[in-house]
Write a protein that binds this ligand. Structure first.
Ligand code: DP6
Length: 360
């Protein structure tokens, strides 16, 4: 599948050596992407808060080769150390995007990357990592084609990032990003993420996300395997319809600021994602006992205080605790005194809604 709008004509002869750097954030989905078609196309629409603190910083140095390479010529370093086990994923990414960036074979690339969160934190770095790399590549394209408008630059960056990792297309912009064509969201597309274009109630400005690191091990189920489980899942069609309906519902919630409805939708999305995993073949339970302890504590605290605290989960055991800034003081006290005990080595990350990637 070739998408003509992203095939840009450039004259790669002008550029020799150089380096570009971007810092790109992670994101946390409120309506979850779970299930994909060929060419990294989503089976359902999703929406996420862009985060601020959890980020990947990538420096991409490029050196012109004497003659174009047959394969791709690159090396990947994480925190200054060569990471050969990252290379197959980058190789696959380059293959998927080479039609859109014809200069890929003309350079040797050194990809130096680091995360603001520890590598073994159970936090996926694919969204922030792939979006940072896509933006660096777009910065090279921009040097070759300086007339390129910013709107095109960011749209194509999201398009390319999606081909690296689906959720990465939601890590370019902020504060809320929609991915997947939806009749209620103007401009939405399966091909790239778009900044949520409607009014957002003040409750959702600077929303807090305290990430409780329950299990810092490697992912038990790779995302590709996980998404594939939806291909012949008995409940798949209903789930995709539910996600579509939830996107319509969250639009109203974001406008009115109805936190009760927000909590019900977000927690249901998290549990549905895990429900899908528990009911697929093969089946998985990715929550840990401490995940459930935390969820029960959150529910009890919410019942007792009436404060609008809720949780969401990704495809793992860690818990994202979400709450509005205006209640941050008392909720943070509760997190420290009651929830941190369930984290591995007491580790957690205080994050919040952010506004997207930054060029360095
Ligand atoms: C559970 O974006 O990691 O976090 O496209 O295979 O790279 P690939 O999958 P990935 O899937 C993330 C799924 C999720 C939900 C979400 O972020 O929407």
């Amino acid at each position: 599948m070739i998408v003509p709008q992203f095939l840009t004509k450039i004259d790669e002869k002008q550029l020799h050596n150089g380096a570009v750097s971007w810092s790109s954030p992670s994101n946390i989905a409120l309506v979850k992407y779970w299930g994909k078609k060929a060419f990294q196309m989503p089976r359902n629409q999703s929406i996420s808060f862009t985060l601020e603190v959890c980020r990947t910083t990538t420096k991409l140095s490029f050196n012109k080769l004497d003659k174009p390479s047959k394969g791709f010529s690159f090396e990947v370093l994480l925190d200054g150390k060569r990471k050969t086990n990252f290379e197959p994923k980058i190789e696959q990414f380059f293959k998927r995007i080479e039609n859109y960036l014809p200069f890929l074979n003309d350079f040797h690339f050194k990809i130096e990357t680091s995360n603001s969160f520890p590598h073994s934190s159970g936090i996926a770095s694919s969204a922030s990592g792939m979006s940072a790399l896509a933006l660096c590549l777009m910065s090279i394209e921009k040097q070759l084609n300086p007339e390129e408008p910013d709107t095109f630059f960011y749209k194509k960056a999201s398009f390319l990032a999606r081909l690296g990792s689906g959720s990465a297309c939601r890590s370019i912009d902020g504060d809320l990003v929609v991915w997947g064509e939806h009749p209620d969201i103007e401009g939405s597309s399966d091909l790239f993420g778009v900044k949520y274009p409607y009014k957002i109630h003040d409750h959702f400005k600077n929303y807090q996300d305290t990430i409780l690191l329950v299990d810092k091990g490697e992912k038990q189920v790779s995302s590709t395997l996980g998404h594939n489980l939806m291909n012949d899942h008995l409940y798949a069609q209903t789930r995709f319809e539910q996600a579509k309906a939830n996107l319509s519902k969250i639009k109203t919630i974001l406008e009115t600021g109805n936190l009760e409805d927000f909590i019900a939708l977000v927690e249901s999305e998290a549990l549905t994602l895990h429900g899908m995993m528990m009911t697929s073949r093969p089946y998985f339970i990715l929550m840990k006992p401490n995940t459930l302890e935390i969820i029960n504590k959150i529910w009890a605290f919410r019942k007792q205080t009436g404060l609008p605290i809720c949780f969401t989960l990704d495809a793992g055991a860690n818990v994202h605790v979400l709450y509005p800034e205006r209640d941050a003081a008392s909720i943070y006290e509760f997190i420290k005194s009651e929830l941190v005990a369930y984290c591995q080595n007491g580790h957690y990350i205080c994050d919040r809604v952010g506004f997207g990637a930054k060029q360095l």
